[in-house]
Write a protein that binds this ligand. Structure first.
Ligand SMILES: [Zn+2]
Length: 340
């Protein structure tokens, strides 16, 4: 096994709180001898599980970055049982550019498991895969709809094969206490961070919080509360996890989108108009959106037809749309008993 060229300034075995960084060697047009720097925080205190929290895999998703930065600053070692490893932003240059992808065009969430001899995104993915995941019992990767999509805020899981792992992930998903939870498949390629963590048997939870290019105070609050409750549930933050019932909230709605037809793709390029709202119940065959053609005012817009019935989970937020872009996701209400 080739050693990773990544340098970590954090001693993972040391107690207390360390603000450090990962340095990924690279060479750019502006600097022949450069390091890509990724901030990293470790907070360790006594016995307990190790949990890894990641934000900013995609640069246009500030929700997780803000929640993780606040968590890192506000969590004292005495609040921790075990070890909390926080990477508030895995893609700092994409965050600065407010773009989903890295300036190189890399999508870090397609770079896993990575390679120690690859491009900088692959080298970083390889370090997370071979050094950080093996330390962790649970992983939480915080995403949102970014600039391109608006999502009902939710926490989410894949239906992993191992039933024990699946049940643990289901319970950890619920600990976010969002109104909605989401069970999904990958329709746009592999190489996801969560996929590799799942292959290593970890308890893995993701989120899609809002999006559409801006963040409300409500969504920031939800991210802060959800993340902390997840960490209490995982046993790494002191205190008992709160349930929705204890908070006086109704049962959450659990949505599954396990059929490719639940993900509606633009049949051709155009200007997208949604005709439904997030959370709305729709029927298969319903026209849920239209594509307009600004260069051809006489052309009748093309209807986008729902292929499945259910609840609108996610709607495209960027109106200019290319053929094949996802414009909507439909989820069906489901119960734990049918999936776990
Ligand atoms: Zn994302």
């Amino acid at each position: 096994m080739t050693d990773s060229p990544v340098i970590s300034t954090v001693d993972y075995d040391a107690p207390g709180r360390q603000f450090g960084r990962l340095q990924i060697p690279r060479s750019t047009n502006e600097s022949g001898w450069s390091n890509l720097v990724v901030p990293l925080v470790s907070i360790a205190n006594g016995r307990g599980p190790t949990v890894l929290v990641t934000g900013g895999v995609h640069g246009d998703e500030p929700e997780g970055q803000v929640a993780a930065l606040n968590l890192a600053r506000e969590t004292r070692p005495e609040d921790v049982r075990g070890r909390l490893i926080i990477i508030p932003c895995l893609s700092p240059e994409a965050s600065r550019a407010y773009t989903r992808l890295w300036p190189s065009g890399a999508n870090l969430n397609r770079s896993f498991p990575g390679s120690p001899a690859g491009t900088p995104d692959e080298v970083l993915a390889d370090y997370v895969t071979r050094v950080l995941f093996p330390l962790a019992a649970a992983v939480c990767d915080i995403h949102s709809g970014g600039r391109s999509m608006l999502c009902l805020p939710w926490s989410e899981i894949h239906l992993v094969e191992n039933r024990g792992q699946r049940a643990a992930m289901w319970n950890a998903m619920l600990a976010w206490n969002t109104d909605y939870h989401f069970v999904y498949i990958d329709i746009a390629g592999g190489g996801l961070l969560v996929g590799e963590a799942e292959r290593q048997g970890k308890i893995v939870v993701g989120t899609e919080l809002g999006g559409g290019g801006h963040v409300t105070a409500e969504t920031h609050g939800l991210a802060a509360r959800g993340l902390r409750n997840f960490l209490r549930h995982a046993g790494v933050l002191a205190g008992k996890a709160e349930t929705r019932a204890a908070l006086g909230l109704p049962e959450p709605v659990i949505l599954k989108a396990l059929d490719r037809d639940d993900y509606l793709l633009a049949p051709e390029s155009g200007l997208f108009e949604t005709r439904v709202a997030l959370g709305q119940t729709i029927e298969a065959g319903q026209a849920v959106g239209r594509l307009h053609f600004v260069e051809a005012p006489d052309r009748v817009p093309v209807d986008i037809i729902a292929q499945t019935s259910g609840i609108v989970c996610s709607v495209r937020a960027l109106a200019p749309t290319q053929q094949g872009d996802c414009v909507m996701v439909i989820g069906q209400v489901c119960r734990r008993e049918e999936l776990v």
